[in-house]
Design a protein. Structure first.
Length: 287
């Protein structure tokens, strides 16, 4: 997986054939978007994990609507459910877990410089619990019970102020652990607020896809500096504290445009989750 500069992005429509939308303005200012011939077969009731204002609930409904629309042309409706909750009715064809993840996860996007395994030699006890990463971007990988032992060990250690340890997305086998460098204030080098757009693009062949990322004008110089000092090193792209991708920088990028290429999963999910903004709060889903 590599990170390269590009001159101009050509985006593709990941939604397929778009049906005619029926937009209904509901009470409390929330907009529900669905399709005329919808036959509901699943219902998600969303409850915020923390306090949420009416304005934040309205904004959450807008973001979730855009995420679900980006995930495909399958029908759905979203409406208020009272007591600060939202109800989503999914029509035929929806993957329940996909819809739940798009609706519940905040989508906090962050970019991190990374440490290599050999730069973590002071924590030999941790490295002994991990197998070497074949791609040499993570500090190590583990599966099943071995990953649990790593988590048990990390609970006994004090957090490091210069880096944080984050696993790849849950469900990846094996899961790999990354050491993500932190700024002095504990923040990543760049965040979702620095990004102007994220697109799914055609890859080298008709069957391959890439992720195109454009940075805002005030972040272009910072991104250029980051890529200059990380040539042939990985930049981790994390969402909600899980590493989705860790492409290796192959050239400096001075125009704020870049493309992530390689053999990697969940491209359409990543784009749908991150390209419409971050939810004000995280939600829990109930049937």
């Amino acid at each position: 997986m590599v990170l390269t500069k590009i001159k101009k992005m050509k985006s593709i429509n990941i939604k397929g054939v778009i049906a005619i939308l029926l937009i209904i303005v509901l009470g409390a200012g929330i907009v529900a978007t669905g399709y005329h011939s919808m036959k509901p077969n699943s219902v998600l009731v969303l409850k915020a994990t923390g306090k949420i204002t009416q304005q934040e609930l309205n904004r959450s409904a807008e973001i979730i609507t855009q995420r679900l629309k980006s995930a495909g042309s399958r029908p759905f409706d979203i409406k208020p459910a009272g007591n600060g909750m939202l109800e989503i009715r999914l029509g035929e064809g929806w993957d329940y877990d996909l819809a739940k993840n798009l609706a519940c996860n905040k989508g906090a996007l962050a970019f991190y410089e990374t440490l290599k395994r050999e730069e973590m030699q002071k924590d030999e006890a941790l490295l002994q619990l991990l197998q070497a990463d074949e791609h040499q971007t993570a500090i190590g990988c583990a599966t099943g019970a071995a990953a649990g032992k790593v988590d048990d060990y990390l609970r006994t250690t004090e957090p490091n102020r210069s880096y944080r340890l984050s696993w790849t997305r849950n469900g990846n086998v094996p899961r790999c652990l990354y050491a993500l460098k932190l700024n002095a204030d504990g923040s990543p080098v760049l965040m979702g607020a620095d990004v102007s757009s994220i697109r799914m693009e055609r890859g080298a062949s008709d069957h391959d896809y890439a992720i195109g990322i454009s940075f805002k004008d005030d972040a272009i110089k910072k991104w250029a500096t980051v890529t200059e000092r990380n040539l042939n090193r990985a930049i981790a792209i994390a969402v909600d504290d899980e590493v989705f991708y860790a492409p290796v920088v192959k050239s400096p990028m001075h125009n704020g445009l870049c493309q992530v290429t390689g053999n990697f999963p969940d491209v359409s999910y990543f784009v749908a989750l991150t390209s419409h903004g971050m939810l004000p709060v995280k939600f829990e889903a109930f049937m």
